[in-house]
Design a protein around this ligand. Structure first.
Ligand code: C5P
Length: 211
């Protein structure tokens, strides 16, 4: 298809989700939050009383979990066994277990396939940890979002998570399969001194250079 992807990666509390959402709406593209799929699987695993650290148990449960992606206006949606998880995706139990679940290679294989399938229907802005490195390595549009530690700390305080974000970043960067890192060809965008709007402007300038 002639569809294309803007890949946005970066750590938690970097401003990546807000930027990706605004960028998608400015460009008229579907916004796909890949973390929501890892969160939804984690939510279901916890709901089924499976130990997220037990990868064999997670994998066998995953075989029976039905995951359906869709869209609602400009944003992708997810249903897991017919249910849309909603606010529970951001709950502390999901925050503290999602890195363990998402480190399992078989989980990643399944999610990567689901993510790639989105491109059949439309062009996308997709945000996550491995979008430019693994999911769509051939896209020319790759932005890695960062922010200074004090800015990220302030953002974490605002959303009420501090320790769990630090642990998550350490786990996501240190894992064997698809660790968070700057992809070849990605441009780094530091959002520390940007407003939301000026950050989107800066992202669009980067995309012009990359295209
Ligand atoms: O982006 P968000 O913070 O919602 O992602 C939640 C978690 O999902 C991350 O901490 C990471 O463990 C996992 N994730 C991932 N790969 C992605 C997106 C998210 O491993 N592309």
């Amino acid at each position: 298809s002639g569809n294309y992807v803007v890949a946005i990666d970066g750590p938690a509390a970097s401003g990546k989700s807000t930027l990706a959402r605004k960028l998608a709406s400015r460009l008229g593209l579907l916004m796909v939050n890949s973390g929501a799929i890892y969160r939804a699987i984690t939510w279901e695993i916890v709901r089924e009383n499976i130990n997220p650290e037990d990868s064999d148990a997670v994998i066998s449960a995953l075989e029976k979990i039905d995951i359906e992606t869709g869209r609602n206006g400009g944003v992708s949606t997810i249903r897991i066994n017919g249910v849309q998880p909603g606010d529970e995706l951001r709950s502390e139990v999901v925050n503290s277990n999602v890195s363990a679940v998402s480190a399992i290679p078989k989980v990643r294989e399944k999610v990567v396939q689901l993510l790639r399938d989105h491109l059949e229907h439309s062009s996308l802005v997709m945000e996550g940890r491995d979008i430019a490195t693994i999911v769509f390595p051939d896209t020319p549009y790759k932005i890695y979002i960062t922010a200074a530690e004090h800015v990220r700390a302030a953002r974490r305080h605002k959303v009420g998570e501090v320790d769990s974000v630090k642990r998550r970043d350490a786990a996501d960067s240190g894992r064997k399969t698809a660790p968070l890192k700057v992809a070849d060809g990605a441009e780094i965008l530091d959002t520390s001194d940007h407003t939301i709007e000026s950050g989107v402007d800066a992202a669009i300038e980067i995309l012009k250079r990359q295209g």
